[in-house]
Design a protein around this ligand. Sequence first.
Ligand code: AMP
Length: 284
Amino acid sequence: MTGIETITDIGSLRARLDAGRASGRRVGFVPTMGYLHAGHGSLIESSAAADDLTVVSIFVNPLQFAAGEDLDSYPSDLPSDLALAEAAGADVVFHPSVDEMYPRAVVTSVSVAGLSERLEGASRPTHFAGVATVVAKLFAIVGPCRAYFGEKDFQQLAVIRRMTDDLSIPVEVVGCPIVREADGLARSSRNVYLSAVERAAAPVFHRALVAGRDAIRAGERSPEAVEAVMAGVLATEPLVQPDYTVVVDAENLQRPDTVTGDLRLLVAGRLGRPRLLDNLGVTV
Ligand code: AMP
């Protein structure tokens, strides 16, 4: 049995966090969709180290799933999530129902133009509006805090940073490094969908990124050439259906004319059932 405090309604969470802030405690917030793993754990640990009161939300947000995606089968294991959150140093888990979050049809949408349409947005056109809307709502519920997001979802982090800044939301967004398995595969709740054969193939995404970074370190300055190197590595794995392999500016996510500055290499593709995403930073 876990002893962590769980709250399921918005009013109680607000009251709890307002009381914490009133007594001088800094609030840290880690939004998740549950089925927690070591990647989520690292976000919670970062918050527990820097803040006085760490709240983890677990909410599978219907707004960010399109028809035909895995909303209904998204993996969940609440007892294990509560144990992991507590062990990582969380104080409170906020676990609202869909009815609590969306008691009626949601007609308000937060969209972050320019950052949302490409890359993940190209195959999931409504995804980032769903993410930005729920995160804006969660920020309004949680109130002033530091909020921790993984670089694993690099475009999501850019969208949330921009939304928070544009709307002057009193939240400090903190990006945290990607947690990987020993063979390089980025941890993801959706890795559970991989068969044994697919799981064995999955580190190819990380290998593609490392090959792209190595090419840059060896002096390659053409973004197209770096992208071709990454695509070439992904193509060695016949089970992977690649979506994109790109070099972008880490801030605006646009492709630079030449390989220079603070850059991000991003790869995505389908491997069996799940889409897998990964990325790596390179500064030139
Ligand atoms: P999710 O539950 O997949 O929506 O993820 C919740 C948060 O955990 C997001 O900010 C993700 O970017 C972050 N996250 C997921 N996987 C990892 C990982 N492998 N390393 C670091 N952060 C992660």
